[in-house]
Write a new protein. Structure first.
Length: 285
């Protein structure tokens, strides 16, 4: 009995002395693979989409390629290539959590609820939700959509707000923006709701843009941030420092002008208030 007890105690001591292997950090993974993998969109112009030349481009992608990626390469001490994978509202957090992607760079709103699952960078774009309808539609905003068929993307903040603020609307959720817009084209729904800037991009790329209009005041506040795995402070610091440096040096505003300026893919002037907000996010070095 004494020998058995001694054996049990010995095994317990040995087990206690074996520390679990530390989980690989995002920067360690990037250094090992020499790749930064982002989750982004294929149908959300001008943030991230596949253009007529079959190129995967957009403002969010440019922010990573031209501002974040160089800082990541500098941090890990070697050149790092960029890999893009498609992500949608229902898949982006699972893609992050599983390690399939390292950063979500698309059109993801930073919310307190989402912060329970992921961490966010500083805000890189500000917009609000509206409605895309056929011209002449009786829908003029969120106050008169009772009984109307409203399309939204699965897992989006827009869908949640519609359920809360307009419970009498007939909400239909779709996996992505192209599917929701197709439902609108086919008359399966009366309106498609999304962030105003995304609706403007969708309208611009529609076969007959003059047929559609964006209606209603913003019924939500949508600050876009880049999402990453929770509690990885070193990687979050690299991303945030890169974005702050980009804002401070003016590169961020150059890219904004490229995509949203008068000659950009989708003219959407930055207001003085938003510009001030962006600058105020830059903390002193």
């Amino acid at each position: 009995m004494k020998k058995m007890l001694a054996l049990v105690l010995t095994l317990a001591v040995l087990a206690a002395g074996v520390a679990p292997a530390a989980a690989e950090t995002t920067l360690e993974k990037i250094a090992r693979t020499e790749t930064l993998t982002i989750g982004t969109r294929t149908g959300s112009p001008p943030f991230a989409y596949v253009n007529s030349k079959n190129e995967w481009v957009g403002f969010s992608i440019d922010l990573v390629e031209q501002i974040v990626l160089p800082e990541v390469s500098k941090k890990v001490g070697k050149p790092v290539k960029l890999e893009k994978k498609e992500s949608t509202p229902p898949t982006r957090i699972p893609l992050l959590s599983s390690g399939a992607v390292d950063l979500i760079a698309g059109t993801m709103t930073d919310t307190r609820t989402r912060r329970d699952s992921v961490d966010f960078s500083i805000t890189f774009f500000v917009t609000g939700a509206q409605f895309l309808v056929k011209k002449g539609s009786p829908i003029k905003g969120i106050k008169n959509i009772d009984g109307k068929r409203i399309a939204a993307q699965q897992g989006s903040t827009n869908a949640r707000i519609i359920r809360d603020k307009a419970p009498k609307a007939v909400l239909r959720e779709f996996p992505d923006q192209p599917a929701a817009f197709q439902a609108l084209l086919q008359g399966q729904v009366d309106a498609y709701t999304n962030d105003g800037i995304q609706l403007a991009g969708l309208k611009l790329k529609a076969p007959n843009p003059a047929q559609w209009e964006i209606v209603g005041d913003f019924y939500s506040y949508e600050p876009y941030g880049m999402a990453m795995r929770k509690n990885d402070a070193d990687f979050r610091s690299v991303v945030n420092n890169a974005l702050m440096d980009g804002i401070d040096a003016g590169k961020f505003f150059e890219l904004y002008e490229k995509w949203f300026g008068p000659k950009g893919e989708l003219p959407y002037p930055m207001t003085p208030q938003v510009r001030s907000f962006m600058l105020l996010q830059v903390v002193p070095k």
